[in-house]
Every structure is written in structure tokens, then in C-alpha cells.
Design a protein around this ligand. Structure first.
Ligand SMILES: [Zn+2]
Ligand SMILES: [Zn+2]
Length: 145
């Protein structure tokens, strides 16, 4: 019985209790989502120059839903020149990768610098980490009261 309990959850979309699955939503919701995706793809086939806003309106979807489909590879932007999603860092509209070119460059440079710094300041970084986790513990205790 306890196993059964672990396998059910409330659907994040409609709140109904459902048997947990990979899509993490009940069958009704995933079916209606599939229908929406199909509707959007149909619309795009006829209106490949559609912009994000036009697609949201035509497909009755939110931007988050469209970004999710793009991430899952269900919606490929290569065929639709006016669709875009936000850069993971600065939110600038992009059409490929997770970050815009500037952010990708900046972040890879920052990471490189960080690695270099860590190599020089390794003992120092360790002290910093301990004080940080100490701080979290105090916060936890406070919120628990
Ligand atoms: Zn549902
Ligand atoms: Zn960016």
C-alpha cells in the first residue's frame, strides 16, 4: 500500500490524483496537451512566419508551454523563422542553444576565471564554504520555529 501511495500524485495542471508517470501529469492533461501541440503544429504549417505572440493566441498556449516543447524537441524552430525563446541568462530572444552568444561567451570566460581562481585560492574557498553552510543551518532553524 505504501508503494501505491508513492506512485500517485496530484496532477500539477488540474489537481486530480493520478498514477505517476514520466510526463508527470494525468492522462487527460497529457492528452489535451498533445492536442494543443498538434493544433500549434498545424497552425505553424499554414503560418510558418508566425511570431511567438501569434502562436500563443492561435494555439491557446502560454509562453512556458512553447518553451517546454522547444526544450523537449517537439517544436523545432528551424522551420519557423520568427519564433524564439529567451536566453537562459539575459532573456534576450534566441533561436538556438540555451544561451545567446554574448552570454555563452561571458559564462565560459567566467567559468575559466573561476577555475583559475579556485586553483590559486583553494584553501580559502574551503573556509568560505564552511561558513556558508553554517549560515544555512541557522536559517533552517529559524524557519522551523
Ligand atoms: Zn491533469
Ligand atoms: Zn544572453
Amino acid at each position: 500500500m505504501s508503494v501505491q501511495q508513492l506512485l500517485v500524485a496530484n496532477c500539477p495542471r488540474c489537481g486530480r490524483v493520478f498514477q505517476k508517470n514520466l510526463r508527470n501529469q494525468c492522462t487527460d492533461c497529457s492528452r489535451s496537451l498533445d492536442a494543443k501541440l498538434q493544433g500549434c503544429l498545424d497552425y505553424l504549417r499554414r503560418n510558418y512566419r508566425s511570431t511567438n505572440e501569434q502562436l500563443y493566441a492561435a494555439g491557446g498556449i502560454t509562453s512556458e508551454q512553447m518553451y517546454a516543447w522547444i526544450k523537449e524537441g517537439k517544436l523545432l524552430l528551424t522551420d519557423y523563422p520568427n519564433l524564439s525563446y529567451p536566453c537562459g541568462s539575459c532573456m534576450k530572444p534566441i533561436r538556438q542553444h540555451k544561451l545567446c552568444q554574448e552570454c555563452a561567451y561571458r559564462i565560459s570566460r567566467d567559468i575559466k576565471e573561476l577555475h583559475e581562481k579556485q586553483q590559486i585560492l583553494q584553501p580559502l574557498a574551503r573556509t568560505k564554504q564552511t561558513t556558508m553552510s553554517g549560515g544555512f543551518r541557522i536559517l533552517d532553524r529559524r524557519s522551523g520555529v
